[in-house]
Design a protein around this ligand. Sequence first.
Ligand code: F6R
Length: 608
Amino acid sequence: MCGIVGFVGIDKASSVLLEGLSKLEYRGYDSAGVAVIDKDHINVIKCKGRLANLEKKLESHPLNGCVGIGHTRWATHGEPSDINAHPHSNADGTISVVHNGIIENYVELRNELKAKGYKFVSETDTEVIPQLIDYFYDGDLVDAVMKAASKLQGSYAIGVICSKEPGKLVAARKDSPLVVGVGKGEYFIASDIPALLNHTRDVYFLNDNEFVVMDNSGVKILDENKKEIKRDIYHVTWNANAAEKGGYDHFMAKEIHEQPKAIKDTMTSRIMKGKPVTLDNISLTKEQIDNIDKIYIVACGTAYHAGVVGKYAIEKLARIPVEVDVASEFRYREPIINKKTLMIIISQSGETADTLAALREAKAKGARVIAVTNVVGSTVSRETDDVLYTWAGPEIAVASTKAYVTQLIVMYTLALFFAQNKGTLSDSEIENLKAEMLTLPEKAEQVLENEDVVKDFASKNYAESDMFYIGRGLDYAVAMEGSLKLKEVSYIHSEAYAGGELKHGPIALIEKGTVVIAGATQQKLVEKMISNIKEVTTRGAKVLAFALEGSKEVKDVVDSVIYVPKVIDVFAPVLSVIPLQLLAYYMAIKKGCDVDKPRNLAKSVTVE
Ligand code: F6R
């Protein structure tokens, strides 16, 4: 996820672009840049770090010109650096491009262009775009952009300028957001509305595979055949703050709703029908996998909970023994690590001190380490040879939501990859599991459509001071995450217990009216879970269950049920965690808590 802006007008473009980018920093903030046309050439200023660095650089290198593009980056391909920052240009600097999205076939395109003599300077997927436009350019920028776009696979919102057509800006979109702002004699593009609101409230929304051409005379929206499309102007009435959160009241709500897309993006190019499961550039041979005698998954908090699901998935599908540990414990318990150990580190931020220490310990003892992180260029990503990114985009709310579900997707990908290589599952079993995984974005969307059931439950129960979460198998793993979310954002005390463990002590705390959230998505365990639910209802507990659609037996023994779409047991956590995230969110809202910045917590825990 990155933010792009573009401007054509009479004011100084660089100031308008900077101001627009400042409203998009929530989309990425590891580097930023602008390109502005000055008479007959393009000046590009870009640098690593926050927008403030770019502002500083622009003070000493002011840019003239009224047509330009800008970018704030959330690195995906290539670490955050001056070179990898956008805009990217062709060799003679006559074409510059900003891009939000991922070009899936960039390696192929890069190789084709290299064979034609093109040279690349960055590690980004984006750099193929200006080079391709250059290749097709024959005096008409719109034509060249259209031809280049027809070669791109993946997602993109792009803004393009060309010094040979100095008054013009061309933009295009597919599967990445882009809006067009229409002012008085000035026109804009942006990834999101807040970047425009200081200039105009009149916008066009673009659809996939549409192009935009703007110059001083106005804006045209074109289809793939260059035919003009008439579009009604939309007048924005929300305030800038709400718009930055995509119309949601809080980043946490926005991020919960972004999960279907985050799940889809994280599977991209790894889980595909009819193709083997791949782990990006990680080379792990069958022999190396057969040689692994133990996997440790080490992480903290929510990432640890994703690791618990990872253990179930890897042991079930690939039959390799897995231990999961919280990082702060792992490093001091003298774990048995050797060259046959594989360690998987999970960290959204990639900066958590305890997780980093565990990584270093394992490396020092000769273990191979795979890092799963959401932040390109983070310390974790730099200190391991093998990194699998979760493509969740920046997570702003302190409570982790979309990072967790994408961590689950990476855990399943690893489990399937190991199973495929070890032969613990047949080709058709793997194909079935992949097909099921590919349904998860749509099913997650369906779960979100039932949000009102959770909201209603929250509004009736937010005054509780203690709650329990119970589950068996993977439902227990999800219960732990649900309980953590509730504590973090609503400050309600809660505990997660394995369903069968309750009677060994904690059941003493159940009394009339105690709220218990019970997971019952695991088909083989539903009967056992029903017994555990009855143990608490007979003692007066009020139970909200989460179960798979069609599972009627649960409904009869609880007060309310949230159904999630039917799915193979092992993947249920991706769906069942969503109502629990929403529950924590709505309980916190009803209590008036600051959900995005809960007390005492920080997004990145860099102390031991
Ligand atoms: C909970 C939460 C924390 C983090 C934990 C690890 O919502 O966000 O529990 O999961 O601090 O952080 P990372 O994943 O950045 O290592």
